[in-house]
Ligand binder design. Structure first.
Ligand SMILES: [Fe+2]
Length: 384
């Protein structure tokens, strides 16, 4: 029996090597005349950035650049960007970069048309006016933010990672160009690629999964797990890059509709309390949360094991299901991820508060296994 569902994917997706050069044409087609380009400080210095901004000005569109972002976006950087945006009076936004830049660009697109401060829009469906048109170009393959309805923002005052969640904020267009990955350090490719894999896994076993998200999530698991090693070994491997970039987007399109689960619930707390990046927090927790979830949906785990290349022929379901966790562990080891949180200088000092925050956070709602705070503390302990 298939549960009732609806499926949502409002973003136009353009994929191809050198597709980034089409950004100006795409903006022109949307009727934009003055653009705010949002990116992080590091990326605004690479030659590729200059080249692509050049493509925007070739079309006669004028632009301003906001490149103050360092690390993950917080409320302060959004307010600073919003002041810049309102003063610049642009009619659209182009966001370049990883998930952090795209989330900042989404938040700014909201404040371009909605009055007041960003905290008024943090929460679910609080955005009133349609945001400024937004084109994004992911330069890493991980967050899936190019197609999702979430902009994650840190609130330092509350020591909490919150988010603007709204069906109005997915970008109008996402330009996926595997060429961006060639210049990334292998470590970044590994961490972000595992984040993308975790989106696909959590979407596939989500309580909110549906027949369309299943197809996307499983294909994402297959593409990422079979190409990430080669891409980490050689970031200039265009075939592997294309598959990981696609996998990341497909995983985003899946979890846009299904939500994620306890990997993300626990990772958000870990990142907030211990100042560890989102991708690394996810990578270190992924196999432990999977292990905790396996009994809730063994058939789903067995399917994932096959998608990751495991041979489950002749195995009882229980063993076949556990192969999915094994495959993830092999991949994490092969791309150099830490096995334990203690390798990241995490201690057990805040486990209770971290688990309590995780238990109340939205991702935990779609996790297949119902968990108490004590059980989540136990998952942290195993991962320590
Ligand atoms: Fe993630």
């Amino acid at each position: 029996m298939v549960n009732d569902f609806s499926f949502f994917l409002p973003t136009r997706i353009m994929f191809g090597l050198n597709m980034a050069e089409k950004v100006g044409e795409e903006a022109l087609e949307m009727g934009l005349s003055k653009i705010l380009v949002v990116t992080d400080e590091g990326f605004s210095r690479v030659p590729m950035f200059e080249k692509i901004v050049g493509r925007i000005s070739d079309t006669g569109i004028s632009y301003r650049i906001f490149n103050k972002l360092k690390g993950e976006p917080d409320i302060e950087i959004v307010e600073e960007g919003a002041a810049f945006l309102r003063e610049a009076e642009t009619d659209g936004i182009v966001g370049f970069g990883g998930g952090s830049s795209m989330d900042l660009a989404k938040a700014l697109s909201v404040l371009g048309t909605n009055k007041g401060t960003v905290d008024e829009y943090m929460g679910v469906d609080l955005v009133r006016e349609p945001p400024l048109p937004l084109i994004v170009m992911p330069t890493t393959a991980g967050s899936g933010s190019e197609v999702t309805r979430v902009a994650v923002l840190t609130d330092h005052k509350k020591n909490y990672k919150g988010a603007i969640v709204s069906n109005l904020i997915p970008p109008k267009a996402a330009i996926l160009d595997p060429g961006f990955l060639a210049t990334l350090p292998p470590r970044v490719i590994a961490e972000t690629g595992i984040d993308a894999l975790s989106h696909a896994i959590e979407a596939f076993y989500s309580l909110g999964s549906n027949p369309i998200s299943d197809i996307l999530a499983k294909d994402a698991i297959r593409r990422i797990s079979s190409n990430l090693r080669a891409l980490v070994a050689n970031p200039q491997n265009v075939t592997a890059a294309g598959n990981v970039v696609l996998g990341s987007m497909l995983a985003g399109a899946a979890f846009l509709n299904t939500g994620v689960g306890n990997v993300h619930a626990l990772a958000h707390s870990l990142g907030t309390y211990h100042h560890i990046s989102h991708a690394l927090s996810v990578a270190v927790l992924l196999p432990y949360v999977m292990e905790h979830n396996v009994n809730a949906c063994m058939d789903r785990f067995a399917e994932m094991a096959v998608a990751m290349g495991a041979n489950i022929e002749g195995l009882p379901l229980r063993e076949a299901a556990r192969k999915a966790v094994d495959e993830v562990r092999y991949l994490l080891a092969d791309v150099g991820m830490p096995e334990k949180m203690s390798e990241l200088q995490v201690t057990d000092a805040h486990f209770k508060e971290m688990a309590a925050d995780a238990a109340e956070s939205p991702p935990s709602l779609s996790n297949p296994r119902r968990c108490t705070v004590e059980e989540l503390v136990e998952v942290y302990r195993k991962a320590l």
